[in-house]
Write a protein that binds this ligand. Structure first.
Ligand SMILES: Nc1ncnc2c1ncn2[C@@H]1O[C@H](COP(=O)(O)OP(=O)(O)OP(=O)(O)O)[C@@H](O)[C@H]1O
Length: 325
């Protein structure tokens, strides 16, 4: 049982993978409750893909063990494979085949009986809004549609766990939002557990629980809300009539070092909302605007890894405007 009392559908104990001297995964203990959207975060090279590949039976651990849906990933690799769906970054759809043909191929691969496959295909095409593209060649679909089809295909054999490695990389924010509509319904309506890696913190917010990994080790694991609560400080940004005088006043009256930025001054306090009235009453310099931003997952990521999380393609445009330090 996990700390939350739910049975773990993914469990690792001392899971380790070494490539020569490189410890890609250095003894991971993880318990993912059933029906959860579990996000796996970490900087480049943290060991996320290595972990996911071991869980999916694509890679053999150097030591330790992992189980998925109650099956050992080494001893019972076939059972694990039947229990999981995979959606990886590189598409493995056959672009010359139609949408339906791709799904039928998957059904044959997993020995899904013909009648059941027929029902599943109809249902999943509805779920992913692709019913009207059933007979279209995959190469004629947009990138977002292809990703939706990959998700439909990953779910065809009714897996208990769906592994997604950066499911929305390369998609525009709107398409990303649509994909997430489907993903969020899966645990609720289909009891599927989702295990995903992402570089998008806006997506991490959708996860029921998050694990942050670095250097092959698990740094922390909790709900997004509790992870942010650890930061325990709000970012206060102010624009004033005289930033230099304001910074001096903030230093002498409150003992706080405010940093200057293009937008004005900023600093952190435990309770921003409570601090603002004091600030306004004690500062003689005119204040034009005050913004208080609670901690974001970006702050959490920075706190634990010393780095900000970034999409390899550049900043994430869907991120809520969070503080940058
Ligand atoms: N086949 C391999 N041979 C040698 N070293 C490897 C191999 N695969 C991964 N590594 C190393 O293991 C470490 C973890 O890599 P991994 O790909 O698991 O990280 P990641 O967190 O998925 O990174 P990214 O976010 O960049 O995908 C890195 O130092 C990487 O260079």
């Amino acid at each position: 049982m996990t700390s939350s009392g739910t049975k773990a559908v993914i469990r690792t104990e001392g899971l380790r993978k070494a490539y020569g001297d490189i410890e890609a995964v250095a003894g991971l203990d993880l318990a993912v409750p059933a029906g959860e959207i579990f996000g796996f975060l970490g900087p480049n090279g943290a060991g996320k893909s290595t972990t996911i590949n071991m869980l999916c039976t694509l890679l053999r651990p150097t030591s330790g063990r992992a189980s998925v849906a109650g099956h050992d990933t080494v001893e019972e690799a076939d059972e694990v494979r039947r229990s999981i769906g995979l959606v990886f970054q590189q598409t493995t759809l056959d672009k010359e085949l139609t949408v339906e043909e791709n799904l039928r191929f998957q059904a044959d691969l997993f020995d899904v009986p013909r009648r059941r496959a027929q029902d599943r295909i109809g249902h999943l095409l509805e779920l992913t809004d692709l019913a009207d593209r059933r007979d279209a060649a995959v190469r004629t679909l947009s990138g977002g549609m292809q990703r939706r089809l990959e998700i439909a295909r990953g779910l065809l054999h009714s897996p208990r766990v769906l592994f997604l490695d950066e499911p929305t990389t390369g998609l525009d924010p709107q398409t990303r939002g649509v994909i997430w509509e489907y993903l969020r319904r899966l645990p609720r309506e289909h009891g599927v557990t989702i295990f995903l890696t992402t570089h998008h913190l806006a997506e991490a917010e959708y996860c029921g629980r998050l694990a942050i990994m670095d250097g092959g080790k698990l740094l922390v694991e909790d709900t997004p809300a509790l992870l942010k609560a650890v930061i325990a400080s709000d970012l206060v940004e102010i624009r004033t009539g005289d930033d230099r005088a304001a910074a001096e006043a903030i230093r002498t009256r409150f003992g706080i070092e405010a940093a200057e930025s293009a937008a004005g001054l900023n600093f952190r306090v435990a309770d921003g909302a409570a601090f603002v009235p004091r600030l306004c009453s004690e500062l003689t310099v005119p204040i034009h605007s005050v913004t208080v931003t609670p901690p974001t997952l970006d702050d959490v990521f920075l706190h634990y890894t010393g780095r900000t999380i970034r999409d390899p393609g550049g900043p994430d445009p869907t991120l809520t405007a969070g503080p940058r330090r």
